[in-house]
Design a protein around this ligand. Structure first.
Ligand code: FAD
Length: 408
């Protein structure tokens, strides 16, 4: 059995950032990352690809390029965690032993949760910016659709980047508006939830855009089935009292977002909370029952918005607390639930939602970029021009830009 002081599961936004933050604090710590994928994706860029702003190539890099030279990379998949033996079990039957474990495997997109969706994706106007490589098909559809009905769907919470289903819709509508096609479009938003956005302060700004684009908003309307060749979608609406009704809607374009859950090896383990997510303390990001396990990123059961922006603030907290735990010192760093969602309400303007636990607004950018709850050009500039560089060269390298941990 191989042994490392710190084993990190997942080499996505969270896994690479936390490795960098640990190394920055103590260069002598022996770190391993277990990550099967050959590519690393900057998923926040997929919305921009779907809106014709970014080229798809800029959102992915070979994993070997982002994997730091100082970590031991196992290109394997973790099948289970054995917290009693301090080991992770890999899918090839081998095991790796750790002193401290960081779980950062992201979440699972449950495409199978919507009947027919997986088979329908990529043709007949059925697309999803959540699918690797498919955002460019969204853009093709938007550019080529001259009239008809476009459906945008949002599954039950929690999902990663809760605003992204709407971002795709606003960018599409903005294109149709600017090219004189909007009047020929019937745009419908079908949201499994009951509100436009979970933090009420941002809702008025979004509602203004809903009005401007003439979008028909359907709450508690969940996509349950898709028939690509017939171009029909089935929505289940509920009245909140256990009564539900199915309705078939035909479409020319469908942007679908699948329901999401924790990866199976977490969901079905003793490390999960009731919802199946990793059961972490809100502030320290240490597992509630197993003191040498930490976690961050989308797998986390903490009540923050699942975003790369959250990871930016979580990585230094995990790094600091994990090192403290290795040294038997008290955990002092605290995560206050920061998450952010740059809502691309039109090409050129963004409502930059930044908030912590309980929806408390937590602006982290200067006021000229984020001056509250309105759309600004500066926030678009940040997202389109600055954030990708900050991601690849800042966050993934342990440069903790505006991310100093709070104290407990
Ligand atoms: P990921 O980055 O998904 O990485 C998880 C990694 O774990 C993967 O590399 C995977 O291969 C690996 N893994 C999985 N299972 C195992 C296993 N069993 N063993 C080993 N490794 C495993 N965030 C923002 O901040 N702003 C945005 O504007 C934004 N927009 C988004 C738009 C879209 C369309 C999408 C899809 C996401 C968006 N996000 C946005 C969310 C952001 O991408 C995620 O929150 C972020 O990537 C989470 O990082 P993570 O490391 O937890 O998960």
């Amino acid at each position: 059995v191989k042994t490392h002081t710190v084993v990190i599961v997942g080499g996505g936004a969270a896994g690479i950032s936390v490795a960098a933050s640990i190394h920055k604090r103590d260069r002598n710590i022996d770190i391993a990352i277990i990550e099967p994928a050959g590519k690393h994706h900057y998923q926040p860029g997929w919305t921009m690809v779907g809106g014709g702003v970014f080229r798809p190539e800029v959102t992915s890099r070979p994993m070997s390029e982002v994997m730091p030279a100082y970590v031991s990379w196992y290109q394997k998949t973790v099948a289970a965690v054995d917290q009693d033996k301090n080991q992770v079990c890999l899918d090839d039957g081998s095991s790796i032993e750790y002193t401290a474990l960081v779980l950062a495997p992201g979440l699972e997109l449950n495409w199978g949760g919507i009947e027919g969706l997986e088979a329908a994706l990529g043709s007949n106007g059925v697309t999803s910016n959540y699918r690797e490589g498919m955002a460019s098909y969204t853009w093709d559809m938007v550019r080529n659709l001259e009239r008809g009905r476009a459906l945008f769907t949002q599954p039950p919470m929690p999902i990663k980047c809760a605003g992204a289903p709407q971002k795709a819709m606003y960018l599409s509508a903005d294109y149709w508006l600017k090219h004189g096609m909007l009047k020929n479009m019937d745009i419908q938003f079908h949201n499994a939830g009951a509100v436009l956005f979970g933090v009420p302060d941002y809702v008025p700004a979004l509602e203004a855009y809903i009005g401007k684009y003439g979008i028909d908003v359907n709450f508690q309307s969940t996509l349950v089935a898709v028939d690509g060749p017939a171009r029909t979608a089935v929505f289940r609406s509920s009245d909140g009292e256990g009564n539900s009704q199915d309705r078939e809607v035909s479409f020319d374009m469908l942007h679908a977002v699948p329901p999401q859950r924790a990866p199976q090896f977490i969901r079905e383990s003793a490390l999960a909370n009731e919802g199946g997510w990793l059961d972490l303390a809100d502030d320290t990001l240490r597992h509630k029952n197993v003191p040498n396990i930490f976690g961050l990123g989308d797998v986390s059961g903490t009540g923050n918005a699942k975003t790369a922006a959250a990871v930016r603030k979580q990585a230094p907290v995990v790094a600091e607390n994990l090192i403290a735990s290795l040294r038997d010192e008290p955990l002092r760093a605290a995560y206050l639930g920061y998450g952010s969602c740059p809502l691309t309400v039109e090409n050129g303007r963004i409502v930059l939602a930044e908030f912590g636990y309980g929806g408390v607004l937590q602006p982290s950018f200067p006021k000229w970029i984020n001056d509250g709850t309105q759309a600004t050009r500066a926030a678009w500039w940040l997202k389109a021009k600055q954030l990708p560089t900050l991601y690849w060269h800042g966050m993934l390298k342990g440069r903790e830009w505006l991310a100093r941990p709070a104290r407990r």
